[in-house]
Design a binder for this molecule. Sequence first.
Ligand SMILES: Cc1cc2nc3c(=O)[nH]c(=O)nc-3n(C[C@H](O)[C@H](O)[C@H](O)COP(=O)(O)OP(=O)(O)OC[C@H]3O[C@@H](n4cnc5c(N)ncnc54)[C@H](O)[C@@H]3O)c2cc1C
Length: 511
Amino acid sequence: MIEYFERLLQNDAESKSKDDVSSICKSLDLQGSIECGATVLAGKDFGGIHSVKPFALIRPSSPDDVARVVKAVSRSSNLTVAARGNGHSINGQSMADRGLIVDMRSMGDDHFEVVGSHCVDVSGGALWEDVLKRCVLEYGLAPRSWTDYLGLTVGGTLSNAGVSGQAFRFGPQTSNVTELEVVTGKGDVLTCTESENSELFFGVLGGLGQFGIITRARVLLESAPDMVRWIRVVYTEFEEFSRDIELLVSREDDSFDYVEGFVFVNSDDQINGWPSVPMDPAQRFDQNRIPGTAGSVLYCLEVALHYKNGGDPSIVDTIVRKLLGGLGFVEELKFQVDVSYMGFLLRVKRAEEDAKANGMWEDCPHPWLNLFVSKRDIADFDHMVFKNILKRGVGGPMLVYPLLRNKWDNRTSVVIPEGELFYIVALLRFPPLGPKGPEVEKMIAQNHEIIKCCSKKGIDFKQYLPHYQSHEEWKRHFGNQWTRFVERKASFDPMAILAPGQKIFTRTPQP
Ligand SMILES: Cc1cc2nc3c(=O)[nH]c(=O)nc-3n(C[C@H](O)[C@H](O)[C@H](O)COP(=O)(O)OP(=O)(O)OC[C@H]3O[C@@H](n4cnc5c(N)ncnc54)[C@H](O)[C@@H]3O)c2cc1C
């Protein structure tokens, strides 16, 4: 098998016959399958900016299959291998140019077992939306910490962090797993926890796929609510918005169950402006309520409260009134709906369906930028970025909400700014339909401008889902965690065969 791929490395135009494919399968002795050549899917990602040509797409059917592939690759002179979750990276992180792709979705249903009353074992390749459905419908339970969009894999988000409006209380998804099964870059299949193979456990969490492939995760659960009161209120001043949202997240247990925020343009623009706030077609944003002092952008606090069916609805009203009481939003600009818990968690799926229908999901590039910005600098960031560079919006949501450092375990590989409180900023760009090239280039240039301005101003920030071109930039990103990251790499993937699309390490050639 290895000779075959190495011949391809020398001449990848070589035609790949069915016989070749079956001989590879035989030599690897996989239970799963290998697809050579026709690997278009694996050569691109959601970002749609980069594309590469992998040699093969492997659909493993067990961790043992994954281990066989990794071992075979490590015996080659310079092949690499990337686990592909759902390919929702932006900058080619899930790709392997002239390497092998392991499609983790093929093992998505391998595990589903509720363990005790508080945990579920799921596959690394499972989609979070499937985990949600099975946990809620079969057990009345649910994971505690989510991402906004659930068409992502368990292994993919755990390799980054996994953040949404529950993270202020429970931390990111990386703080909500107690055990992992991992295939390391040496091809060893290991179980790891906080106390067993702990360096691997913490390394893999937020490890950008660098130390191993997650084949199973044990995820913490809570009792699932039935319903959610979902509320949006509007602010004109960033100072008031940030004061209130920080107050809500610092109250932790005595707060809403979900707290997020976003910035929108003070205009009637359908996508970037006032119409992006109401949650129901029957609701209308009355712009006459916006004080004349408001600037180019406005802020929306988005919160949600869980409740059970059969409870007294007036209790929900009372709690909401108490939690919102004293906050400084514009009184008349308040929107709310009551939805099922699953409907709430699957809210972005509806946006996905609309975007798919409009050709804005798979068919267009998404030059997204995600940052963590320290509380110390978020007001400067607002002034420089939201009020100026992005005052016309990004063609999609601009999320901004705070997270608490004490909910993030500093033994994981995730990198966050200094200080007890920092904000996630997510610029979820959708280029306008029409001629693509220049608009997308402009968006990418704007991302660079934002990063450049932040660096120049000395803003304490880190990229989330990071993407860098040079070794020096990666070193700077990890800062004082760089040595630990490099040591973990040397221990678990010494030849640097895993997740080459992150472009952190270069494959060590076989002597
Ligand atoms: C529409 C959309 C909404 C999003 N919303 C959120 C959000 O609310 N919160 C948030 O935190 N993030 C969000 N993300 C970002 C998301 O966390 C990343 O895209 C992440 O990469 C997960 O996607 P994936 O499962 O498709 O993994 P992929 O993109 O396929 O992989 C990402 C990286 O992880 C590695 N990897 C994948 N699977 C494994 C595995 N089993 N073991 C080890 N390494 C693996 C890959 O090699 C690659 O390096 C969103 C992305 C999109 C496109």
